[in-house]
Each structure stands twice: as structure tokens, then as C-alpha cells.
Design a protein around this ligand. Structure first.
Ligand code: PLP
Length: 417
């Protein structure tokens, strides 16, 4: 069934966009694939796939190490990619862009190094402030740091809609707080947190703020200078780029204040058995041979997104979200977990009497890929007294008719069970 009158203000050419994604044009279990697991990872456009292949077929060599032509070509492309990322998030300097393995790695870099930087981590004890809706990647590294340093982990509560309780946040911010680490967009609830306001409040007390931007950067304009974020982390694979590559943005003064994360090649200026001196930013934090083809693929992913326009993406995905929310709620017994006023294109839900796992398995038999489980947010699920949800997360290449297929599929499942 087609529930849609044509959507309001679709500013992107969906057929043209989809033609660039080879993986979207396959059948799964006999049906054309509907891919709604974009929160976990996105599909890749041809330009990204080609960039990776082209690196191995034409430019393959190590970066920063050779005088020969191939190495210089690879190094130039690698450093141009850093500038592409810098411009994409409006960092002041490319020295503030560190290539990591992904969001998890970026957060671990900071949680491992920060307590060794007296400028950032003053005195003993203290508190690390996170929220109830954090991904495990933005919980566990801080727990490990707390164990090591004797700091306490404090958690900002959320309301039933899945929004930060502002007064509680203000109460928890104190002169004991060493750092606030908060997600920009919840991967389960879709909540867009008011991070600019949160950063402002933390800065009034000279507290640095790390933002987990894994679910934000693919879906909305992020301007780290305007936000005044101290650290901002994200992954390429959730924004149509390759896996195994991500970004740590950090203010130069903080990155300079921290010791290196790992030792090895590239992160040094000189090495002797008596003393090693470390390299300047950004290389101080990039030990060893990097994920070169991942970096080149990420640059192409950003160019692809820029070609569509991130504002257009945001608007289109917002329409997908509104359309899906409306029609999913027509299903009796379906409850959406996460109804914040400001939401990105993620819908987690439960259906009375049917286990999330069964829903996911049956949808898969209809060619529809969704996520089931706790989506690496176990404490958040506990907050809502549920063990698992079904999550449909949309990207700019998804369509309204794909949402119709999801809604019809769920109706069939309800009849079957
Ligand atoms: N933070 C959030 C909000 C996420 O959704 C994810 C991945 O799902 C991560 C962190 C971890 O990202 P990665 O696995 O790319 O390191």
C-alpha cells in the first residue's frame, strides 16, 4: 500500500542518489533490499568504493615515509583528506583532525590520555559526567578511567520522552566535574541533545566537553567552532565512508597538553635509547601506518555528502522520520521508545506481545534489514524497563515507499503471530 501523498519538500533526487549505491540494488530473501540499519553502518557509494580500489591499484605506498613518487602522491591525497574533514566540521586547523579507527577509538584516546594532562585534569578524584542515553562506547572507557583514577561516574537522567533533564544536568555540573562526555544524537532514541547549550554551561565552570558525534555528523551540519566543543568524535562508516576509520577533533591547546596515546613510527621526531621526542600535531596521535585507503574513502564520502548538501539531507531525513512515525503509530500495540521534540531519523519501537528478535527475523525474510536488541545502550533500555527494541534508522538514500514496506511487513507479522 502506498500511504504517501507525495512528501512535502523533497529537495534531493532520490533515484539519482540511489544509482550510486550498488549494494542497494540487490534482492535479499527474494525481495528488493530495504536497508534500515544505517545507525549501525551505512551503505557505500561508488565513488567511495572506487577511491579504495584506486588506492590499491594505482597509488599504493606508505605515507609520510618515502621520497618516491607513489609515496608522495599517497601522502598528498592523505593530507588533502585531512583538510576536507577540517572544512567539513569547520575546525580551525587541520592539526586538530586526528585519524583514528572510529568513534570508539577516538573516545578511548581521550579517556586514556586526559588524566595525564594536568592542564585538563586537575587534582585527585573528581567526577566524569555522562548521560543515561550513551552508547557503551561513551560509558565503558570512562568507567575504566574512573577505576584508574578514583574519579566517580555521574549520570544525567532523562525524561520519559528521552530528553536530558536540564535542571538535573545543571545540578550535576560542579567544581568536581573533570569532563562532560555526551552524545550529540542518541543512536537508540534519536534524541538530538542541546549540546551547544550544554557546552556553554560546562564552560562557565571551565569543564571540557567531549561530544560523541557518531550519529550526528551523517545527518546534520556540525560546526565544532560554533559549538565550541573541546573534543568531537565520529566514524566514517556511518556516513557512507569506509569502516575502520574515524575522527577525533580536539582543540589544539588540549591536544598539545596531552601525552601521546600510543608509541611507534610517525609519532616521533627523534628516537634514541636515552630519549624520544614526540612529533607535532596531528602526527603525535597517529602512531604506525594509518588506514590510508580508509582516509581517502572518507574524503570521497564527504565530497559525496557535500554534493547533495547536508542541509538537504537533514530536511529529507526529517520528512522520512515524520512519515514513518505517523504510519508506524497506526499499528496497534506499537510503542515508540524516544519521542523527543528534537529527533534525528531513528525510530526504536516495541510491539506488545511480540519479541523484537522475532520481528527482526521475520522482517529480514521480507528483505527488510532492521536492528534488534539493545543497540549497545543497555543502561538506556533498563531506564525504559525493556530488554530490547526494534530499530529502523534512515539514511538519505531511503525512500517513502521503503517505509511503506516496513509498515506493511509489521502488519503482516502482527497477523501471523
Ligand atoms: N557512539 C554512538 C552514538 C554510536 O551509535 C556508535 C555506533 O553505533 C558508536 C559510538 C561507536 O562507533 P564505532 O563502532 O564506529 O566506533
Amino acid at each position: 500500500m502506498n500511504y504517501a501523498s507525495t512528501p512535502l519538500s523533497v529537495t534531493i533526487n532520490i533515484d539519482e542518489i540511489r544509482s550510486h549505491f550498488p549494494s542497494l540494488h540487490q534482492k535479499v530473501n527474494g525481495y528488493p533490499l530495504v536497508y534500515f540499519d544505517n545507525g549501525a553502518t551505512s551503505q557505500k557509494p561508488d565513488v567511495v568504493i572506487e577511491a579504495v580500489t584506486q588506492f590499491y591499484s594505482q597509488q599504493n605506498s606508505n605515507v609520510h615515509r618515502g621520497v618516491h613518487t607513489l609515496s608522495q602522491k599517497a601522502t598528498d591525497l592523505f593530507e588533502e583528506a585531512r583538510i576536507t574533514v577540517q572544512k567539513f566540521i569547520n575546525a580551525k586547523s587541520s592539526n586538530e583532525i586526528i585519524f583514528t579507527k572510529g568513534t570508539t577509538d577516538s573516545i578511548n584516546l581521550i579517556s586514556s590520555c586526559i588524566a595525564h594532562a594536568p592542564l585538563l585534569w586537575r587534582g585527585e578524584g573528581g567526577e566524569v559526567l555522562i548521560s543515561t542515553m550513551e552508547h557503551h562506547s561513551n560509558i565503558v572507557p570512562w568507567q575504566m578511567l574512573c577505576e584508574e583514577t578514583g574519579a566517580l561516574l555521574k549520570v544525567i537522567p532523562i525524561n520519559d520522552q528521552g530528553e536530558i533533564i536540564w535542571e538535573e544536568y545543571l545540578k550535576l555540573l560542579s567544581n568536581k566535574t573533570k569532563i562532560v562526555a555526551i552524545t550529540h544524537v542518541s543512536n537508540t532514541l534519536g534524541t538530538i541533545n542541546p549540546i551547544k547549550k550544554m557546552i556553554d554551561e560546562a564552560h562557565k565552570k571551565n569543564i571540557p566537553v567531549l561530544i560523541d558525534g557518531a550519529q550526528a555528523v551523517p545527518h546534520m551540519k556540525v560546526n565544532v567552532q560554533d559549538l565550541d566543543a573541546d573534543f568531537y568524535c565520529f566514524s566514517a562508516h556511518k556516513m557512507v565512508g569506509p569502516t575502520g576509520i574515524g575522527i577525533l577533533y580536539g582543540k589544539e591547546k588540549w591536544l598539545n597538553a596531552m601525552p601521546p596515546y600510543q608509541g611507534g613510527g610517525s609519532m616521533i621526531k627523534s628516537v634514541s635509547f636515552e630519549k624520544t621526542t614526540y612529533n607535532d600535531l596531528p602526527y603525535k596521535f597517529e602512531a604506525g601506518t594509518p588506514h590510508i585507503e580508509g582516509v581517502l574513502g572518507l574524503a570521497k564520502a564527504i565530497e559525496f555528502i557535500n554534493g547533495i548538501g547536508i542541509e538537504n539531507i537533514q530536511e529529507y531525513e526529517h520528512e522520512l522520520l515524520a512519515y514513518a512515525t505517523k504510519h508506524l503509530l497506526e499499528i496497534e500495540g506499537l510503542k515508540i521508545i524516544g519521542t523527543a521534540k528534537e529527533k534525528a531519523s531513528v525510530i526504536s519501537f516495541v510491539i506488545e506481545g511480540i519479541h523484537a528478535f522475532d520481528i527482526g527475523t521475520l522482517l529480514d525474510q521480507m528483505g527488510i534489514a532492521v536492528r534488534t536488541g539493545h543497540h549497545c545502550t543497555q543502561p538506556l533500555h533498563e531506564r525504559f524497563n525493556i530488554s530490547s527494541t526494534v530499530r529502523a534508522s534512515f539514511a538519505f538514500y531511503n525512500t517513502f515507499s521503503e517505509i511503506d514496506r516496513l509498515v506493511d511487513g509489521l502488519k503482516r507479522i502482527k497477523k501471523m503471530i
